[in-house]
Design a protein around this ligand. Structure first.
Ligand code: HEM
Ligand code: HEM
Length: 320
């Protein structure tokens, strides 16, 4: 059957043409695009909720306690501290650019940001709360209740809380990273050393897992592809099982969602177990366990780290 060009094809064509013109240097990493179509009222309400400790059982912990937006969107700890000072057993990822993730959490157990919200609200070592408590507290706050009425035309519900937080998180895109400038054709946006680091990032195959708009976040991979990462040197934690915990499939044992490397210079310690305290160590681990380098070269590691530093974008000002 002859192909009939719909008007929508032309729109797509223009989109492709404009991308080509903006010169992504033919690479599988693309610049972060500003989110569109967000309702400012929802975003503002989501921002309030994100910073509200009343979402936790004892009113001491907000989302921002573990996802500090002035510090890269995480908490700088190996393991986060929840209500009653309890430590968890997995490293908190950043919430910046999290809308680009294929699924949420290291094991991908939440399909999207909306579903993710129930996790920390109920987690006994995070907020240890429940929807009845949260909604009662919101209902007792006239100003917050008015904000729900204005955004949704009605009172707070669990789903409305999820939707508002999702809208806020979707707004958390970090634009204008120097590397994005380079991708768009600005030769002076990054140093020669950073470009050498990027060449190494490609040559070693890092880019096969960390690619796309978020430089990661879009596939699942085993930690320890080339060498066994989980050796007998430390006891296994339940969280080390990764995606297996969610699917119970043997092939998902030690499989994790590949993290985005956007803003990675700000989000140490690294890995689901917080075991790498700085980026040099993290790159060393990746070269050894994911890529199979026997003795990773320190000069190469340094250059890759210089490249990774060019992935730091602007913190959206209105988030803080
Ligand atoms: C994971 C948002 C509260 C610690 C995440 C993720 C998002 C998020 C979007 C997934 C990111 C990714 O997979 O890359 C929120 C929101 C919260 C909240 C909206 C409030 C409702 C907290 C609190 C803590 C915390 C209070 C610490 C006590 C963590 C940890 C993970 C995580 C440890 C990783 C868990 C895992 O993968 O199993 N959070 N968070 N979060 N957050 Fe939060
Ligand atoms: C984690 C860089 C190769 C899959 C990380 C992290 C960095 C990094 C800095 C820590 C991010 C964070 O904790 O927020 C690199 C570099 C590579 C490379 C520089 C090349 C030398 C690869 C490859 C794969 C891969 C080839 C897939 C086969 C992963 C996974 C994690 C990760 C699954 C999360 C591990 C965990 O904590 O459970 N990578 N990576 N990486 N990378 Fe890579």
């Amino acid at each position: 059957m002859a192909a009939f060009r719909q008007p929508s094809d032309r729109v797509n064509f223009r989109h492709v043409a404009s991308r080509t013109k903006s010169n992504y240097r033919g690479k599988p990493i693309t610049p972060i695009e500003a989110p569109t179509g967000l309702d400012p009222k929802l975003v503002a309400l989501g921002r309030r909720l994100f910073h509200d400790p009343r979402l936790s059982r004892d009113g001491t912990v907000s989302c921002a306690s573990c996802h500090d937006l002035s510090q890269g969107g995480d908490d700088g700890q190996c393991f986060s501290i929840g209500v009653d000072g309890q430590p968890g057993d997995i490293n908190a990822p950043t919430v910046f650019n999290s809308a680009l993730n294929i699924a949420q959490f290291w094991d991908g157990r939440a399909a999207n940001l909306r579903q993710q919200v129930d996790g920390p609200i109920h987690h006994p070592k995070e907020m240890a709360s429940d929807w009845a408590e949260v909604l009662q507290r919101i209902g007792n706050d006239a100003s917050l209740t008015a904000a729900f009425a204005s955004a949704f035309g009605g009172p707070a519900t669990a789903e409305r809380v999820r939707i508002a937080i999702e809208a806020f998180e979707t707004s958390l895109a970090t634009l204008n990273a120097p590397f994005d400038g380079w991708l768009q054709g600005d030769d002076d946006a990054v140093s020669k050393e950073a470009l050498e680091g990027f060449e190494l990032f490609k040559r070693h195959g890092c880019i096969s897992c960390h690619q796309g708009e978020a430089v990661g976040g879009n596939l699942f991979q085993r930690l320890g592809v080339m060498r066994e990462y989980f050796v007998a040197s430390r006891e296994l934690r339940p969280s080390d099982l990764g995606r297996f915990n969610h699917t119970q499939r043997e092939q998902d044992r030690h499989v994790f969602r590949v993290p985005s490397l956007r803003n990675v210079a700000l989000t140490g310690p690294y890995f689901h177990d917080g075991s790498a305290l700085n980026l040099e160590d993290a790159v060393h681990v990746m070269l050894h366990y994911q890529v199979g380098a026997d003795e990773p070269d320190l000069a190469e590691i340094r250059k890759i780290v210089v490249f990774l530093n060019t992935l730091t974008g602007d913190t959206p000002k209105e988030t803080l």
